[in-house]
Design a protein around this ligand. Structure first.
Ligand SMILES: N[C@@H](CCC(=O)N[C@@H](CS)C(=O)NCC(=O)O)C(=O)O
Length: 220
């Protein structure tokens, strides 16, 4: 099999979704991490991802960026279990959740919540409480929507995990590590059940990470 490389870090939910796709599909690959965020702005990296983001992906001569394109490529280019439903409506529904999670949940759960702890920008490098607390209703509303979508079902769509679930579990895992997670993302029984089931999977464990104690990684 041609050389398969995923560039990035699993603390990015986009990189992790691509990593989950590779693991769930049973594809062997190399994770090419980065040491500094400036590593994804170098001329060499920009040849892989002209917008200077992660993930980027290489399979032989094929270079791709954008995590959902990478996930879809992995699903169709390699043998292994299907990562999207065959049924037209179900496939569209999975795509709908991918899009909603990548846009609405990433904004509310990641940018306005998790990232406020990971890259604090408040006074003296502390988390900005106004941003975090001001976004709480949105976080809980979004969790409520996903919780409702998981009512009576194991995965967002179909009988086995799809790409939509890869994004959801990646985001939820990050949010659950925040100090006030119970107030923000707690109390959603279907989401918790979904998360507990996914956390048992080898793909989850192979891509998992813990934020360091105190969470803040660096001030940007
Ligand atoms: N739409 C992109 C999003 C990629 C993205 O924004 N990645 C973040 C990490 S979570 C990044 O590389 N940020 C670095 C930067 O903005 O300089 C995807 O799905 O791959």
């Amino acid at each position: 099999m041609a050389n398969i490389v995923l560039h990035g870090l699993f603390i990015s939910p986009f990189v992790r979704a691509a990593g989950l796709a590779l693991h769930e599909k049973g594809v062997s690959y190399t994770l090419q991490g980065i040491k500094e965020f400036s590593d994804i702005k170098t001329p060499e990296y920009l040849k892989l991802h002209p917008f200077g983001r992660m993930p980027a992906f290489r399979h032989g001569e094929t270079v791709l960026f954008e995590s959902s394109a990478i996930c879809r490529y992995v699903d169709t280019a390699f043998d292994g279990p299907a990562l999207m439903p065959e049924d037209v409506v179900e496939a569209a529904r999975a795509e709908q959740w991918v899009s909603a999670i990548k846009h609405y949940l990433v904004e509310n759960l990641i940018y306005h919540y998790v990232m406020q702890y990971v890259f604090p920008k408040g006074p003296d490098g502390t988390p900005d409480r106004a941003v975090i607390d001001g976004g709480k209703d949105n976080v809980r509303r979004d969790c409520g929507i996903l919780d409702g979508a998981l009512e009576g079902r194991a995965w967002l769509v179909g009988e086995r995990p799809t790409i939509a679930d890869f994004y959801l579990v990646s985001l939820f895992h990050m949010a659950k590590q925040m100090p006030d997670a119970e107030d923000f993302v707690g109390g959603f029984a279907n989401l918790e059940r979904f998360y507990a089931a996914f956390a048992e999977r080898a793909s989850y464990q192979a891509t998992s990470f813990e934020f360091p104690p105190g969470i803040a990684i660096a001030a940007e």
